[in-house]
Design a protein. Structure first.
Lengths: 335, 292
């Protein structure tokens, strides 16, 4: 199978998965005893008002018809209209999507840096002090809730040391022309050096918090895969040829350990998204997670459902991308 | 059971085993001690807490002192008393949600695995889709719809973990159902439900216990997350996650005590459950020792 064919097959296979995930979200939110209309209006609204909203949201139709409408609307890229702002939910999500991506990508880089270097060193001297420290670090990071770590960071670096800001993406005094929505990129494009420094300062605490929590998982994966690679013959061969240990570690061992690690990383992305919701709320980061939580408080049902659907789309997109990258790196996957 | 690898307990357990080698007895003992400690806190909270957790007992945001060991929060309530009472909500919701998750996942897994066919394939697809979805976001959506309340929060958390029980049970049933003793039971004319309950269930039961105990730490974590986001129990009931979101507003006042202690409570409970469940796992499945 050529790479092109593989990608096409993979995309076709994603369709049933997408359909099932969308159906699960729809029916789980409908089966639950809560009533979105009553949730919006409260129990004491007059019946006529309740019926009107029910009609507007299409909730008076049979459930199968509702499901069909929902799928058709989704195909058109229509996630419904917010009951709070009356704007299309899709547009509102698109306003906040770059903020979430900027945060998660930064966190991913932090996690990757910690995971790869610490993991490699830990594998190099298995059961040595670096390895033991990695285990203790992992235990702590698994047991600490991401939002509590964020709060502690805010307390130490924001309230006591006053090094970094503890909320939002940009100081109110700083102006930035928004083009892509990624503030770091926008400030580089517009050559706005003040805004770049400010945006980066705002990104460091939330990004590091989320990155630290995810890094322990990367660290274990890199370490375990690298340990496995060290037992292989090619390492022995490299040593026999007199290649330096450092070179063996980074060129031979890590390179070969990377394919399984990449697959696992894609799977961790779902965890990263859940962590992002909590981190965004902790740091008042105006992304999709804090949007979801805010709209729940306003009982904006279309916005809540739309955001959950959007998260589902991201999860599926990531799984496709990971598979394609895998096929690129490792041709055996394609057959 | 690769499914449990996602659980915090399983991850912590593996790291602990790496640290302490084969002395899992100690890990179990420490874990059990922590659990007993928190159960005692929860049960005897009225006798152990120095103050009423929902009443103003002093100045707002009073730092830790002899009078208020953990300080007071913004409404002048005693943080120590709130941490002690908070154990109640945390433990009740953890056990309730895990019970609901297993009550959904186990029967479905048993039936699906045993019947097989189209029913099994459809249910597996649905459960896999839920399994792949970010758990916290699913719980948030459901909690938002159900509204506050102990049972509602427990249901939202249970929906996230039910697919794990389903997958573990279903996979074991499909591998066990063609064993000779099941064949024999069928040959002597045992009814379908008899085979399921008398022959298959006892064989998959140890795995259920392990998943159940490992799930508790995750349930506590998810509950803390939900209540931190304001989707938990209605205030003023003491709840660690909610108290953290409340304390968050006073970070710039440097009121570290309102944040430190509820967080440490969450962390120690999670560690306790993880250590205990790892020990239980070792005890119930002694021959499946993990390689370091």
């Amino acid at each position: 199978m050529s790479l092109k064919q593989y990608i096409i097959v993979r995309l076709i296979l994603a369709i049933p998965m997408l359909f099932i995930l969308l159906a699960v979200i729809f029916f789980v939110l409908r089966i639950m005893p809560g009533d979105p209309v009553l949730a919006v209006l409260g129990g004491k609204a007059p019946k006529a008002v309740i019926d009107r909203l029910r009609h507007e949201l299409g909730l008076d139709k049979p459930i199968i018809v509702q499901f069909g409408d929902y799928l058709v609307d989704l195909l058109k890229g229509d996630l419904g209209k917010s009951t709070l702002t009356e704007r299309p939910v899709w547009d509102e999500i698109m306003d906040r999507f770059p903020a979430t991506m900027e945060l998660t990508i930064f966190a991913f880089i932090v996690a990757l840096a910690i995971g790869v270097f610490w993991g490699a060193e830990a594998a190099h001297r298995k059961d040595g002090p670096v390895d033991v420290a990695a285990r203790v670090f992992a235990i702590l990071m698994y047991a600490i809730p991401v939002f509590w770590l964020g709060l502690m960071m805010q307390m130490i670096f924001g309230a006591y040391l006053r090094w970094l800001p503890i909320g939002s993406r940009l100081s109110p005094a700083v102006n930035l022309k928004v083009i892509t929505g990624f503030y770091l990129i926008d400030s580089i494009i517009t050559l706005n050096w003040t805004a770049f420094k400010d945006a980066l300062a705002h990104l460091i605490l939330p990004g590091t918090t989320l990155g630290l929590v995810i890094s322990s998982i990367f660290l274990r994966m890199v370490r375990n895969n690298a340990v496995l690679m060290y037992s292989m013959d090619f390492v022995k061969a490299a040593r026999a040829r007199g290649i330096k240990e450092r070179v063996i570690l980074y060129r031979h061992v890590l390179k070969n350990a990377f394919v399984p690690i990449m697959t696992m990383m894609g799977l961790q992305f779902a965890l990263l998204l859940g962590g992002a919701v909590l981190t965004e709320t902790t740091f008042s980061w105006p992304g999709m997670g804090s949007y979801l939580v805010l709209r729940i408080k306003y009982r904006d049902f279309p916005a809540v459902q739309g955001t959950v659907v959007f998260f589902a789309l991201i999860v599926i997109a990531i799984s496709i991308i990971v598979d394609i990258i895998n096929a690129l790196v490792d041709p055996r996957v394609r057959y | 059971m690769p499914e449990v690898d996602r659980f915090i307990s399983s991850r912590i357990g593996k790291a602990l085993k790496g640290l302490f080698g084969s002395s899992t007895g100690w890990i179990t003992f420490i874990g059990l001690s922590i659990l007993i400690f928190y159960v005692v806190l929860a049960v005897f909270a009225p006798y152990l807490a120095p103050y009423n957790p929902v009443k103003r007992v002093g100045r707002s945001l009073h730092p830790p002192s002899h009078e208020y060991k953990f300080g007071t929060d913004n409404l002048g309530r005693d943080v120590l008393s709130r941490v002690i009472y908070g154990a109640r909500i945390a433990l009740v919701i953890a056990f309730l949600s895990v019970a609901i998750a297993s009550a959904i996942g186990i029967p479905l897994g048993l039936i699906s695995g045993y019947i097989g066919g189209l029913f099994d394939r459809t249910l597996t697809l649905v459960m896999d889709a839920m399994y792949a979805f970010p758990g916290l976001i699913l719980a948030i959506a459901i909690a938002a719809l159900l509204g506050p309340g102990i049972l509602n929060i427990a249901i939202s958390i249970a929906v996230v973990y039910a697919p794990t029980y389903f997958r573990v049970i279903r996979n074991q049933v499909t591998s066990v159902k063609n064993e000779l003793y099941v064949e024999a039971a069928r040959a002597i004319g045992a009814k379908r439900w008899e085979i399921l309950l008398k022959y298959i269930l006892p064989n998959v039961f140890p795995s259920v216990v392990v998943v159940f105990s490992m799930n508790l730490a995750d349930a506590i974590m998810t509950e803390a997350g939900l209540s931190f986001l304001g989707l938990g129990i209605a205030p003023p009931t003491p709840d660690w996650g909610f108290d953290l979101s409340n304390g968050r507003r006073f970070i710039l006042s440097r009121a570290w005590w309102a944040l430190l202690y509820p967080g440490l409570a969450i962390i120690t409970v999670v560690l306790g459950f993880s250590m205990f469940s790892e020990g239980l796992n070792e005890f119930l499945n002694p021959n499946v020792r993990e390689k370091r």
